[in-house]
Ligand binder design. Structure first.
Ligand SMILES: [Zn+2]
Length: 199
């Protein structure tokens, strides 16, 4: 791309690194911004900077947040006796959009992967167990992704939580195997959440 002005080539390259954006889309977005009013481009740049500056992890549930505890953990109208365990903060978005869950969450930040040396200690599982010491928790809903890797962490969680006398449920198999929560449609995910069963 030696014929392209360096700032243009640089932005195309940055867009191209984003998930779901190929070289063509990266070029389209860059040229769109070039044609847009200055304020629009500045607003985008500022939104990206603010995101990185102001977003941290909630000290209770490890969801991404701009206040601590996060808005969900602070919400007194939610049912704090139910904790839904997810792999990533982005998994909370689709679950909230179903409108069928009013409990709280715990983000473990990944899955167990022995081949890559990722054991339970690398995840936020210790912190989950600390939360469970509070007698008020009656149910843990395991909402890990329906794939082989996530199955390992789901099995591990139910093995360590069940002996604590807490009800352990998981999302029903309404989701196609190999799919990711982040990309599931509201209906399928809502049904899976409603039809959750004993582990
Ligand atoms: Zn939180």
């Amino acid at each position: 791309m030696r014929f392209v002005a360096q700032p243009i080539a640089r932005l195309i390259e940055e867009f191209n690194k984003l998930p779901g954006i190929g070289p063509k889309s990266a070029q389209r977005l860059t040229h769109h911004l070039l044609r847009s009013p200055d304020e629009e481009a500045k607003a985008l740049a500022e939104a990206i900077l603010t995101l990185k500056e102001q977003i941290k992890l909630c000290s209770v549930c490890f969801n991404t947040t701009d206040c601590d505890p996060c808005r969900i953990c602070q919400d007194k109208d939610r049912d704090h006796s139910r904790i839904c365990v997810v792999e990533r903060p982005s998994d909370i978005f689709p679950l909230e959009q179903t409108g069928k869950y009013d409990g709280v969450y715990h983000v473990i930040h990944g899955t167990i992967n022995p081949a890559q040396g990722v054991g339970p200690d690398a995840l936020r599982i210790k912190e989950l167990l600390t939360r469970l010491q509070d007698d008020s928790v009656v149910e843990v809903i395991i909402a890990t992704n329906p794939n082989v890797e996530s199955e390992t962490v789901a099995m591990y969680l139910q093995q360590i939580i069940k002996p604590l006398g807490i009800r352990v449920t998981r999302l029903a198999r309404g989701l196609p195997f190999g799919a990711e929560l982040e990309y599931a449609d509201d209906l399928t995910l809502g049904q899976a959440l409603e039809n959750r069963r004993e582990f």
